[in-house]
Design a protein around this ligand. Structure first.
Ligand SMILES: Cc1cc2nc3c(=O)[nH]c(=O)nc-3n(C[C@H](O)[C@H](O)[C@H](O)COP(=O)(O)O)c2cc1C
Ligand code: SF4
Ligand code: SF4
Length: 270
């Protein structure tokens, strides 16, 4: 095995950090690794993948993958390569999360990928209430050993299928229904006057849902405009350097203290 392709979707950076650490670990074992961040506007037509091993990372949203993951997988055509699906979540391997990869695995199989391995990584939770700094440091300190474990599994082409209980399928289905509210959340994000029009939110929206609108006579800066394809990753709200974005619907889902992975991981030498 020589070539590995890693695709990841990320909102606030936890999944990206995990994917990057794994890519670097595999490179240090002489694999050629291609990393690719998933953006919704890159999804068009069918993309054929020629790789020896494919790895798909996503954050868990409402006990499932975010919607763009399903669209992404449907637009790929694999070559029966061995495949790993890695989910990243605030709760980790708790029971309610255990069916979160099922739908993605089903679509991957349909797209000609041979899924042989699945794993969950725990990262600090970004939804509603983030853990305090001490707890985040404790969670993040386990990450290097988890990445070692996954890297070994990929290198040895380990086969591992998780046990899923019927109740988790039910929770996962309820979570899919809950995700319908994400569109409403995105349409309700308000831009405050302190926005400088820097465009960071536009560039980073993995769902390609934000456009910068040109200046008007009343606004000195271009302003972000939100479309109706928000997947509620919370990236734009937490990462805005001016704290200029505020939800008008579903605001309880944001931690008022903010969430900055750069600060949360400051004590860990990655
Ligand atoms: C809308 C939303 C729903 C979430 N649902 C779950 C969940 O069902 N289970 C869980 O353990 N974590 C859940 N989380 C937490 C994220 O999975 C976790 O913080 C993850 O590390 C975020 O990855 P990212 O930083 O790459 O976006 C949710 C986060 C968001 C924004
Ligand atoms: S909302 Fe924040 S990130 Fe987006 S353009 Fe304005 S200042 Fe920049
Ligand atoms: S609009 Fe904001 S919350 Fe919605 S998907 Fe884009 S970055 Fe995430």
């Amino acid at each position: 095995m020589k070539n590995i392709r890693i695709d990841y979707y990320t909102g606030t950076g936890g999944t990206e950090l995990s994917a990057r650490l794994l890519a670097n670990k595999l490179r240090s074992s002489d694999y050629h690794v291609e990393e690719n961040r998933i953006y919704r506007d890159k999804i068009s037509g069918i993309q054929k993948l020629e790789t020896d091993y494919y790895i798909l990372f996503f954050p868990v949203h409402s006990f499932n993958a975010p919607k763009p993951i399903y669209e992404w997988v449907k637009h790929l055509e694999g070559n029966q390569c061995k495949t790993a699906v890695i989910s990243v979540s605030g709760g980790g391997d708790v029971l309610s999360n255990s069916a979160c990869r099922c739908k993605t695995v089903k679509f991957l199989k349909k797209s000609n990928f041979n899924v042989i391995y699945q794993q969950m990584i725990q990262m600090p939770n970004n939804w509603m209430k983030a853990p305090d700094q001490k707890r985040c440091t404790a969670i993040l300190s386990h990450l290097p050993s988890k990445i070692d474990q996954i890297s070994q599994a990929v290198i040895s082409e380990k086969r591992e299928k998780p046990t899923i209980y019927w109740i988790d399928y039910l929770i996962s289905a309820l979570g899919e229904a809950e995700k319908r509210g994400t569109k409403k959340f995105g349409c309700g994000i308000k831009v405050l006057h302190c926005c400088t029009g820097c465009g960071l939110c536009t560039r980073n929206c993995c769902s390609s849902n934000i456009q910068l609108e040109p200046q008007t006579s009343t606004d000195a800066h271009p302003k972000p405009k939100f479309g109706n394809r928000c997947d509620m990753c919370l990236g734009c709200i937490y990462n805005c350097p001016q704290k200029a974005l505020t939800p008008t619907w579903g605001a309880f889902q944001i931690d008022k203290k903010g969430y900055n992975l750069g600060i949360l991981k400051k004590d860990i030498p990655f």
